[in-house]
Design a protein around this ligand. Structure first.
Ligand SMILES: NC(=O)c1ccc[n+]([C@@H]2O[C@H](COP(=O)([O-])OP(=O)(O)OC[C@H]3O[C@@H](n4cnc5c(N)ncnc54)[C@H](OP(=O)(O)O)[C@@H]3O)[C@@H](O)[C@H]2O)c1
Length: 275
């Protein structure tokens, strides 16, 4: 078990099961360092987005790391303001330019904007069939959004990236995605930091000599859910990846599984009805 272990997506692409998230990492030195530290620590996947306004720094961090492009898995996303067929194609070109690469490993629709996600998906299908994204997918799609998309889609999304942690275990979306062979990727796995003082998780961590962050990320790992914790601190980037020398016992997995309250730290996708 290690950071380079992958999940095989529906189209055969190997996607690392663990990566670095960079939402709220500032472009420039902050994100450059975070990316370099993560790659030094053995991470091979980086999750950014046009809306994070740090694609240039992500590209720079990758170049400075000296690691070959083909050994990395880069995800970016089309921003809400750029949804629509032509807009998305143009936005994708700009993301590639900022990242300094001629393809991404995964291109995602960031939010399900009701009036445009179907046309946006057509653009992602074009980008995929042109070979400029090795895989395509969505974020924040509930089953009803996926049902709508699948009515006209020629390609089933390979990934659905959703908020997922013990307080929001997303059973309905996970069951739906399992049936359709869509890989589930957990964002905000630490509750955007909001879960790190949780007493129940602290008690579990103490049993193993592990931090709450490590318990949360190990829980994702044991559930087979791709996870992308964010940090801009080198010690935390390393700590978050240090989850391969212990295993949560079945009773602790069950305790964590029972914490669900359908509680979000982020936005509810049903509010993204329009631009
Ligand atoms: N598709 C979407 O709509 C969407 C939405 C949200 C997030 N995402 C993706 O998912 C990634 C992760 O989600 P997230 O950024 O919301 O939150 P997260 O990974 O759940 O938590 C990050 C927060 O926890 C802190 N932290 C990280 N490791 C820590 C540790 N070991 N000890 C103490 N504090 C720690 C970080 O602070 P420092 O950085 O200061 O260390 C940051 O404040 C994002 O960066 C982004 O790539 C996607």
């Amino acid at each position: 078990m290690s950071l380079t272990e992958t999940t095989t997506l529906a189209n055969g692409v190997e996607m690392p099961r663990f990566g670095l998230g960079v939402w709220q990492a500032e472009d420039g030195e902050e994100v450059i360092h975070a990316v370099k530290w993560a790659l030094e620590a053995g991470y091979r996947a980086i999750d950014t987005a046009a809306a994070y306004q740090n694609e240039e720094g992500v590209g720079e961090g990758i170049r400075q790391s000296g690691i070959s492009r083909e050994d990395l898995f880069i995800t970016t996303k089309v921003a809400n303001r750029d949804q629509g067929y032509d807009e998305t194609i143009a936005a994708f070109d700009k993301s590639l330019e900022r990242l300094g690469t001629d393809y991404v490993d995964l291109y995602l629709i960031h939010w399900p904007i009701a009036s445009s996600f179907v046309d946006t998906w057509k653009a992602l299908e074009k980008i995929y069939t042109d070979g400029r994204a090795k895989a395509i997918g969505v974020c924040n799609f509930h089953p009803h959004h996926l049902d709508t998309l699948l009515k006209s889609a020629e390609i089933v999304p390979m990934v659905n990236q959703i908020e997922l942690h013990p307080l929001l275990s997303q059973k309905e979306v996970r069951d739906y995605c399992a049936k359709k062979n869509i890989a589930v990727e957990a964002y905000s796995p630490l509750g955007s930091g909001g879960l790190l003082q949780n007493k129940q998780l602290e008690a579990i961590g103490e049993k193993y000599g592990k931090s709450v962050a490590q318990v949360l990320l190990r829980w994702d790992w044991q559930l087979g859910i791709i996870t992308i914790p964010k940090s801009v601190h080198q010690n935390r980037i390393k700590e978050n990846a240090d989850i391969f020398d212990f295993a949560l016992a079945a009773e602790d997995m069950a305790l964590i599984n029972a914490m669900n309250k359908d509680e979000r730290f982020g936005w509810n996708p049903n509010r993204f009805d329009d631009k």
